[in-house]
Structures are given as structure tokens and as C-alpha cells.
Write a protein that binds this ligand. Structure first.
Ligand code: PEP
Length: 259
């Protein structure tokens, strides 16, 4: 089944409001001729850069996401941001459970699940990140780790809601390291993720779900990765911070896309 390509840039803690605006001004000109029917192009800046990026992206084919969401609607949660706050700004997507959140900020499958429910309740499109550590891959535990993350992260999520969710498979050992999973290794894991989703939600739903690859994806490897049957796009860190690199990655991914 041909799923629409989705390329999302995770800017992490990079780009001030003015820098983000400048990046999107450059990017929107560079991708202006790419048909939004072929690819969803998303940028996910830090919270403080969302407003200037949303303004700069207006009328373009660039969509905007946040990098986190709290599960409560409001209240005494210093430093956190609610779904209503994101929605009111005009944000469309939200990254949930990135490995850096899991590693440095105590994110668990349970908090991923709570944040996911808050995103859905606020009509935001969630990008749920999963992925194994190097030692887990080396000891043959990859599928078990992913199954645990999927079962916990997607607990109580209905099939109707599942269709609104994007999964980003990001092997932790490939994030920001320059080490990419080979297209074959990545595909084998994406296939496993889709089979987990098929068991839980049925083939019709699982076939519709976009599963992105993330981990040192760049303009040199995007085509080969995306040409795999179960790899529907990418979540991109480093290579999304320079307009020319991100544009080249998108154009090369389009060459590999079945859509
Ligand atoms: C990421 O942060 O989600 C990521 C994949 O980073 P990088 O592309 O830099 O490996």
C-alpha cells in the first residue's frame, strides 16, 4: 500500500525565534514547487520559536509541530506546555517520547501514553518515537524493547485514534551519531513494528500508519531508506537545521517514495 511520504525536522534545542523564521523563509522558497500531495513537510522548532515559524510558514507547504506536550489541561506544572496552548497557536503535530526525553528527562512509556492521549484530545497529530539502545540491539532484544514501548505507549488507544498517529522508529544508537541503520536493517524493524500494529489493530489500520525512520538520515541515504516498503519518511535532527540540506533530503526521499 502506498502511504504518503512524511519528512519532519526535529530542531531540538536549536534556533531562536529570529533564526527559525529565517530558516523557514529560506526553506519555504526551496520547497515551493514540491506538491503537498506527495509529501508532508513538517518542522518542529522549540516552543519559543513556534510563533515566528508559524507566521513564516503561513501559505506555504510547510507544517509545524512541537517537540513535547504535557498531559494536563492546565495547572501547577512549571515549565510545561499544554495541548490547548499548542492548538491555539496553530500547531498541527507534536513529537512524543523522543529518546532524548526518555534518556535525560525521565520519560517513560506511561508518560508517553498520557501525553499521547492529551495530543489526541486536543486534535494534534502525534509523532510517537520508539527505539532501542545499542546494547539492546546487540543482545537481540530489539523487537522485545519495541513491543514494550508500543504496548505501553499505545495503551487504551482505539483503532480510530491509531489512524491519526505517526510512529517514528529511531534506533538510539543512530541518533546524532552519523551511524545509520542500513536500509535492510531498518526495513526489517519497520516490518516488525507494522506486524505489531497489525496484531493489535488489524491489517487495514496498520497499512495506513506512517512509520518514519530517524537516526542520521541525510540527503545521501534518504532515497535508499524510503524506497523500503515499510519506511514512509523520516524524522530528521541535524540535517533539518540547514535549508539546503533539508531540501536535498526531501527531494531525494521523493525519488525513493512509492507515492
Ligand atoms: C532525531 O533527533 O530525531 C534525529 C533522528 O536526529 P539525527 O537526524 O541528528 O540523528
Amino acid at each position: 500500500m502506498a502511504r504518503k511520504l512524511m519528512i519532519a525536522g526535529n530542531w531540538k534545542m536549536n534556533k531562536t525565534a529570529n533564526e527559525g523564521k529565517a530558516l523557514v523563509e529560506e526553506l519555504k522558497n526551496a520547497v515551493a514547487d514540491i506538491c503537498p500531495c506527495k509529501v508532508d513537510i513538517i518542522v518542529c522548532p522549540p516552543f519559543t520559536t513556534l510563533t515566528s515559524v508559524l507566521e513564516a510558514a503561513k501559505g506555504s507547504n510547510i507544517k509545524v509541530g512541537a517537540q513535547n506536550i504535557h498531559w494536563a489541561e492546565s495547572g501547577a506544572f512549571t515549565g510545561e506546555i499544554s495541548g490547548a496552548m499548542l492548538k491555539e497557536l496553530g500547531v498541527e503535530y507534536v513529537i512524543i517520547g523522543h529518546s532524548e526525553r526518555r534518556q535525560y528527562f525521565g520519560e517513560t512509556d506511561e508518560t508517553v501514553n498520557k501525553r499521547l492521549k492529551a495530543a489526541l484530545a486536543n486534535d494534534l497529530k502525534p509523532i510517537v518515537c520508539i527505539g532501542e539502545m545499542l546494547e539492546e540491539r546487540e543482545s537481540g532484544k530489539t523487537n522485545d524493547v519495541l513491543a514494550t514501548q508500543l504496548a505501553g505507549g499505545l495503551a487504551d488507544i482505539s483503532a480510530a485514534d491509531m489512524e491519526k498517529i505517526v510512529i517514528a522508529y529511531e534506533p538510539v544508537w543512530a541518533i546524532g551519531t552519523g551511524k545509520t541503520a542500513t536500509p535492510e536493517v531498518a526495513e526489517e524493524t519497520h516490518k516488525y513494528i507494522r506486524s505489531f500494529l497489525t496484531d493489535k489493530y488489524g491489517k487495514e489500520v496498520a497499512d495506513k500508519i506512517v512509520i518514519q525512520y530517524g537516526g542520521s538520515m541525510n540527503d545521501g541515504n534518504a532515497e535508499a531508506l524510503v524506497s523500503q516498503a515499510d519506511i514512509d519518511g523520516g524524522l530528521i535532527g541535524g540535517a533539518s537545521l540547514v535549508a539546503a540540506k533539508f531540501t536535498a533530503l526531501i527531494n531525494n526521499a521523493l525519488k525513493g517514495s512509492a507515492c
